[in-house]
Design a protein around this ligand. Structure first.
Ligand SMILES: [Zn+2]
Length: 148
């Protein structure tokens, strides 16, 4: 949030009130707003008030406040929308200003399926490698060559 910064940052503008947002919660170091492209109803972004690209560039106090804000709003989501759980992740590739995604998630919805697919992918190399076992390969060759 320094004056010399040339680049325009939409999250800095929201934090300072120059840009509009649906504000949900505010604390000393964090501001929680609705995401304008929600995955589910109530999908929020937890912004740090300080402009840093990555969440791990915050001080300990700022980090604690950011996650406390996420915790407060997640509990409100659980009470209000009764999702199966509230999903949280931090990435920051598209807008280089620290923000946590806070998303009410239901079993089988798009995010749940996406992360299930990721987990399956994570586990698949071991399963695929096991198929290359020489004894298994010999067995498969025998089964297919002897099949009628
Ligand atoms: Zn910013």
């Amino acid at each position: 949030m320094s004056g010399e910064k040339e680049e325009k940052c939409i999250f800095c503008d929201i934090v300072s009130g120059k840009a509009p947002a649906h504000r949900v919660y505010e604390s000393e170091h964090a501001l929680v707003i609705l995401d304008i492209h929600p995955y589910t109803k109530g999908h929020c972004l937890v912004l740090s008030k300080k402009h840093v690209p990555w969440w791990h560039q915050l001080t300990g106090e700022e980090t604690a406040d950011l996650f406390q804000a996420a915790n407060t709003v997640a509990n409100r989501m659980m009470k209000t929308y009764k999702p199966d759980f509230v999903f949280l992740y931090a990435r920051g590739r598209r807008i280089p200003h620290t923000h946590l995604f806070l998303i009410p998630t239901y079993g089988g919805d798009v995010l749940d399926r996406f992360f299930n697919a990721l987990e399956n992918f994570q586990e698949s190399p071991a399963q695929l490698a096991a198929l290359k076992d020489p004894a298994l390969m010999a067995q498969a060759a025998r089964e297919l060559s002897e099949a009628e």
